[in-house]
Ligand binder design. Structure first.
Ligand SMILES: Nc1ncnc2c1ncn2[C@@H]1O[C@H](COP(=O)(O)OP(=O)(O)OP(=O)(O)O)[C@@H](O)[C@H]1O
Ligand SMILES: [Mg+2]
Length: 254
């Protein structure tokens, strides 16, 4: 029970000849919020995708909740997980993308109920009740019967968060959840994430919302060109960074 929720040690990933992650070291403790920042192409999304095994790590060691991602350990031997086992573990991790990726032909409620009913074998009435609660939690109690096209971007993203929460994940990954939104819609989404953090959810958040990272983040990690340049207390890293690269980046996004 003492294992970190996410621990990366020297994690490497390449696509063909392009090395995208060049040895990432990073730890996210239970209940903590880790904010990942860095320029476009620095490997942030790739790293998030490695955490839930949408990408396979090429080197180093990556564990979630004490278990090696993609492997099962038997004594000293490692066995690669089958697709079914990968899917099973992935259910414990909620992911929210920049583009909400809701099912367009389903209402908000149906979107939130889908995985528990289809994958989790939760009875429909139970899933319905839980989906109602989750929509209320993200401030959309009265929007359950709307289709994605009838919702604003911010509302769609909050449905996406509710949908990710429906499988009761132990870890939530957010990949620039507010960067596709009109500025006036960002606040409501960040509020939902802030509340989730306050409720104790472990979160890894790729974001350029410096205010959010400073206020809600337990750690800020600045990545550039596939390495962690600087990590630590967001109130230091994002206010008075030690590295020139971090400083240069912040001066552009602030
Ligand atoms: N499936 C893939 N095949 C080949 N190259 C890829 C693939 N996915 C990502 N890359 C490359 O890996 C590098 C890192 O991409 P990644 O999406 O992780 O960056 P990022 O930090 O999330 O950037 P952004 O801020 O633009 O989202 C980029 O050069 C990208 O082109
Ligand atoms: Mg990205």
């Amino acid at each position: 029970m003492t294992a970190a929720m996410v621990r990366a040690e020297g994690v490497r990933k390449h696509f063909g000849g392009l090395e995208v992650l060049k040895g990432i070291d990073l730890t996210v403790e239970r209940g903590q919020v880790c904010c990942l920042l860095g320029p476009s192409g620095s490997g942030k999304s790739t790293f998030l995708r490695c955490i839930n095994h949408l990408e396979k790590v090429d080197g180093g060691r990556l564990t979630v909740d004490g278990e090696l991602v993609g492997y099962r350990q038997h004594g000293t031997k490692l066995h690669e997980l089958r697709e079914r086992e990968v899917a099973q573990r992935r259910r414990d991790i909620g992911m929210v993308f920049q583009r909400f990726n809701l099912f367009p032909h389903m209402t908000a409620l149906q979107n939130v109920m889908e995985a528990p009913v289809k994958v989790g074998a939760v009875p429909r009435n139970e899933a319905h009740e839980r989906a109602q609660q989750l929509l209320a939690q993200v401030g959309l109690a009265d929007r359950g019967h709307h289709y994605p096209a009838e919702l604003s971007g911010g509302q769609q993203q909050r449905v996406a968060i509710a949908r990710a929460l429906a499988m009761q994940p132990k870890l939530m990954l957010f990949d620039e959840p507010t960067s596709a939104l009109d500025p006036e819609l960002v606040g409501d989404v960040l509020d939902v994430m802030r509340q989730l953090a306050a409720d104790g959810m472990t979160m890894v958040v790729v974001t350029h919302e410096i205010g959010f990272a400073r206020e809600v983040g337990d750690t800020a990690v600045f990545m550039d060109d596939g390495v962690v340049v600087e990590a630590g207390d967001p109130r230091r890293v994002l206010v008075d960074p030690e590295q020139d690269r971090t400083r240069a980046f912040l001066s552009k996004v602030l």
